[in-house]
Write a protein that binds this ligand. Sequence first.
Ligand code: ADP
Length: 255
Amino acid sequence: MQTLIQAKQLSFSYGSKKVLTDINFEIYSGEIIGLIGENGAGKTTLLNILLGSYKADGQLHVFGRQPGNKLNKALIGVMPQNDMRLQSVTVADLLTEVAACYETSLNPKEVLRDLQLSDLARMRLTRLSGGQLRRVSFAIALISNPEVLFLDEPTVGLDVNARQDFWRRIALLKQQGKTIVIINHYLNEIEDVADRILIMKNGQFVFQGSLGQLQQNFRQVKMTFQTRLPFSHFQSLPAVIKSDQTADSIQLVTT
Ligand code: ADP
């Protein structure tokens, strides 16, 4: 398998606050990676470093190049983080505008149709709900037909149907050979599609491997959410997952 991303001894601080410490990992072509970790662990910071938005210490190659290299731009799809709702453009116009930036772009109409978003095409972003904005962000991530997708909590605010639809779409993208890194708080959502799971705690990886290896090594992955309800993987998985919680703590429990 081809190595797309290689990181050695990556460290990063915001001023005097150290957020990532000596991180090592590789991401291979065609993999789906679940990046899991409690709030503030450093997941979003890491994605920003991979995009070249922040410069970390250590060695990092993305497509064999320095992160942020302009040749990487069309190869990486990201969901916009800024508050899109402030823009009064329509969904279709925004997608057309973004598509015009890349030679490899897909047809915006087709992307909207594939994601079952055609009904939103003429709506202005200011009128969309949180879940609808999330789905439009996903369309933006896909528009350049990138090789790699970085998705930061893509299912926040989605209802159960949209959520299932999203995971089906990820499975299809996997079939097409795309490489996808998904930050998600819910292991049980990601376990069906992820080839490997990376668990981050306090700016370091405490686990990297397949779900099988995770289950072999640990009896439980205990996550506590803002509601303070304990939520334990490998025991009883809840059928309906509340969407907008973020993990306060994550604990790997050995046997
Ligand atoms: P996660 O995505 O895992 O929740 P983040 O990467 O967003 O974690 O944040 C990691 C740590 O860095 C947190 O303690 C957060 O408060 C801090 N942090 C994030 N962004 C900034 C910033 N722009 N300036 C200073 N500290 C930040």
